[in-house]
Design a protein around this ligand. Structure first.
Ligand SMILES: Cc1ncc(C[n+]2csc(CCOP(=O)(O)OP(=O)(O)O)c2C)c(N)n1
Ligand SMILES: [Mg+2]
Length: 351
């Protein structure tokens, strides 16, 4: 099965009979702006980590189309469960740079109020958000509203039992849930092809999910497919899964060196399929991207980067002692020892 594609890597647009999309200058400009700004933010966060201002960063580089094409196809009250790489998706909901960064600076367990943005906190335990999302969607279904629930996860996460339990449970209970997999070809250093024998969209059908394969680096295809599938779920059509074929253009995290396992030339192949360059090629060919818009975007990107730097350095310190009391109802002997060691360490600081 070929992934749905509207825009080829050279920016050539071909309408798709099954997935119609009104490709207007405004839609393209909006998607291009969001993807460009998301990349500016991601670049700045990477620089901050390298300067010691963040403990860790997981880049969304290369996955902007998958995240932004899908998020912009949702309604603002649809509830989203991210994993941990969905910064571009979070920006679509208006989550601020400070809120997106604070967890990675180690100053808080999570950064934002999920109910305010209808965007759940990050889940770092792979696939744990999928049964959560299924249970949440079950509640939404029983409330009788027409909002839908969307859960983002990676290719590697689908090897977890919880992912497969959630697929089955969601299908059996017919909940209003869209599973959105960003298949970025890698789970740290494990390539997708050693992770599974049957492609995910095929496996999903075995669970009774309506499943689709889309070119995740084609923002227009992602937007068209997600819009149609979201409408189908909203109309009572039951849960569905979208597998977006994309590529993690950076390391897994800032602690990873992809040079140790990635084949030479692989990155170059995917650079030729860059989601932003592809939309840019279309817009240039149609006369939808002029110098004025480029300058406007460059200024907006520089301002976002400056704001990101400023707020990062000003993030308030969290009280890390809370970590010792927030998991177990009663403190164990081991936890007491560790808390006392931590308090002694903090007391030993000169400043
Ligand atoms: C249950 C669990 N096992 C292992 C890990 C360690 N781990 C963190 S990310 C990751 C790879 C995940 O790959 P994928 O789901 O494809 O997402 P990606 O990072 O590529 O976006 C692993 C193994 C974890 N966080 N949780
Ligand atoms: Mg992956």
């Amino acid at each position: 099965m070929e992934p749905v594609q509207l825009l080829d890597p050279d920016g050539e647009l071909s309408p798709h009979p099954r997935w119609p999309l009104d490709v207007t200058p405004d839609l393209c400009r909006d998607l291009f702006r969001r993807m460009t700004l998301a990349r500016c933010f991601d670049d700045e966060a990477l620089a901050l980590q390298r300067q010691g201002e963040l403990g860790l960063w997981l880049q969304s580089l290369g996955q902007e189309a998958a995240q932004i094409g899908s998020m912009t196809a949702l309604r603002s009250d649809d509830y989203v469960f991210p994993s941990y790489r969905e910064h571009a998706a979070g920006l679509v909901r208006g989550i601020t740079p400070a809120e997106l960064l604070i967890q990675w600076r180690g100053n808080a367990g999570s950064g934002w109020d999920p109910s305010r943005y209808r965007f759940h906190i990050n889940t770092l335990v792979l696939a744990a958000q999928l049964p959560h999302a299924t249970g949440y969607a079950m509640g939404v279904g029983r409330d009788g509203t027409d909002e839908i629930v969307v859960a983002y996860f990676g290719d590697g996460a689908t090897s977890q039992g919880e992912a497969n339990e959630a697929f089955n449970w969601a299908a059996a209970a017919e909940v209003p849930l869209l599973f959105f997999c960003q298949n970025n070809q890698w789970a740290i250093s494990t390539p997708t092809q050693t992770q599974m024998r049957a492609p995910l969209h095929q496996r999903a059908r075995g669970f009774g999910l309506d499943a689709h394969l889309v070119d995740g680096n084609d923002v227009l295809a992602v937007h068209a497919v997600t819009s149609a599938v979201a409408a189908q779920i909203r109309g009572g059509g039951g849960p569905a899964l979208i597998e977006a074929v994309t590529y993690r253009m950076a390391g897994h995290s800032t602690s990873d060196d992809p040079g140790r396992y990635r084949t030479p030339g692989e990155l170059d192949t995917w650079k030729d399929r860059d989601p932003i360059a592809r939309l840019e090629a279309l817009m240039v060919a149609r006369g939808w991207l002029d110098d004025e818009l480029r300058q406007e975007l460059a200024a907006e990107g520089a301002a976002l980067a400056a704001e990101t730097r400023r707020v990062c350095r000003e993030l308030p310190l969290g009280d890390m002692r809370a970590l010792f009391g927030s998991v177990l109802a009663e403190e164990t002997v081991l936890l007491t020892t560790e808390r006392q060691q931590y308090e002694a360490l903090v007391a030993s600081y000169i400043d």
